[in-house]
Design a protein around this ligand. Structure first.
Ligand code: PLP
Length: 380
């Protein structure tokens, strides 16, 4: 694999339509395939040309042997967790994505799976791996919404000699910015709904690995649990990923500039952005991530109502959940994602009423900057 990344995301390889000269792969909506076809397709729940095309591009971007696609990020998480059994212990980073927490606590707990929630920036978490010998370690970095950065290599150096598999949810960074498998993780998991597709018009998930046994487990989960994506969504995501490096470059440039602009404002308590020198894990972020990503989290010195009003006054940042698309979004956890969470839990998570998370898009930087400036003036 000598080609550069820009080339690899565009030239997806086999289109399974050899005699047409098609440049884009066709969409294969067929649920079933004639027995004995040369590519070994049989029934779409266990494989489809559009899955295989996307598998190939994702594995190439991640620089790994195998990728398996799923219907969503949550489907990919389900596929991995379903490989565990009753009584197994999973040591989880305490700031995992909310849907991952819900899946562990409200679904898999019923089947006897045990979880412990730890702060993996602390050495006690490494001690816990050694003493409790879990069946799996589940990490996410940077975390949502506070962008905490975990030293993935440090954790994997502890798990490797013990043979404990490590899962890293790499959705926020993407393989362009951070390479969990090269740092020692067993599985790199992504919600392709976010940056990989990048256009907020399809859901998908993927698990990347170099381990052939885990690859077989993912293929098994895809068909046995019915976690397969639709061929059309795979086709959209295959199209979306072609511009991933271009989009991310623009988004990350915008995000770094907006983080600096916000940090200077008197109404801002603090800004969290991994490649800024005031980030709490700045040294790890600089070593582990090739750039700072395109999410910026800010704490405004403002009440819940004032912060909500500020979000609503922005013209180019739509107030919405999700992230990673070409359009800028803003999320106010206190009234949106964490509205139902108790004050005590919010305090523990570090989510205050003035906290907002920006998912910075591809718009012109000056438009985003002016938009922020006008909204902040109203706050003052
Ligand atoms: C969105 C997201 C998920 C879930 O992905 P879906 O595609 O929405 O199912 C998991 N992890 C992280 C970090 C996410 O941002």
């Amino acid at each position: 694999m000598n080609e550069g990344l820009n080339t690899r995301v565009i030239h997806h390889g086999e289109s399974y339509a050899a005699d047409t000269g098609t440049v884009m792969p066709p969409i294969f909506p067929s649920s079933t395939f004639a027995h004995g076809n040369p590519n070994g397709f049989d029934y779409t729940r266990s494989g489809n040309p559009n899955f295989r095309i996307l598998d190939g591009v994702l594995a190439s971007v991640e620089g790994c042997a195998h990728a398996t696609v799923f219907a969503s990020g949550v489907s990919a998480i389900t596929a991995v967790v379903s490989q565990l059994k009753q009584g197994d212990l999973v040591l989880c980073e305490e700031n995992l994505y909310g849907c991952t927490v819900r899946l562990f606590e409200q679904v898999f707990a019923k089947f006897g799976l045990r979880t412990e929630w730890l702060d993996f920036t602390q050495p006690q978490a490494l001690d816990a791996i050694r003493t409790s010998q879990p069946a799996m370690v589940w990490l996410e970095s940077p975390t949502n919404p506070l962008l905490k950065v975990i030293d993935l290599q440090e954790v994997c150096d502890v798990t490797r000699p013990l043979g404990i598999p490590v899962v890293v949810d790499n959705t926020f960074a993407t393989a362009l910015v951070q390479r969990p498998l090269e740092l020692g993780a067993t599985l790199s998991l992504t919600s392709t709904t976010k940056y990989i597709n990048g256009h907020s018009d399809a859901l998908g998930g993927a698990v990347c690995t170099n381990d052939p046994d885990w690859h077989q487990k993912m293929v098994f989960s895809q068909k046995a649990l019915g976690l397969q994506p639709s061929p059309f969504d795979c086709w959209l995501i295959t199209r979306g990923i072609k511009t991933l490096p271009l989009r991310l470059r623009q988004q990350m440039g915008n995000a770094a500039a907006l983080a600096d602009q916000l940090a200077k404002h008197p109404k801002v308590n603090w800004v969290r952005y991994p490649h800024r020198s005031d980030h709490p894990q700045h040294a790890v972020a600089n070593r582990q991530m090739s750039a700072g990503g395109a999410i910026v989290t800010v704490s405004f010195n403002a009440s819940q109502d004032q912060t909500y009003t500020l979000c609503k006054q922005l013209r180019w940042f739509t107030m919405a959940e999700s992230l990673g698309g070409i359009e800028s979004l803003i999320c106010h956890p206190a009234t949106m994602t964490h509205a139902a969470v108790s004050a005590a839990v919010k305090a523990k998570l570090g989510i205050d009423d003035g906290l907002v998370r920006f998912s910075v898009g591809c718009e012109d930087l000056t438009d985003l900057q002016q938009d922020l400036e006008q909204a902040l003036e109203q706050l003052a």
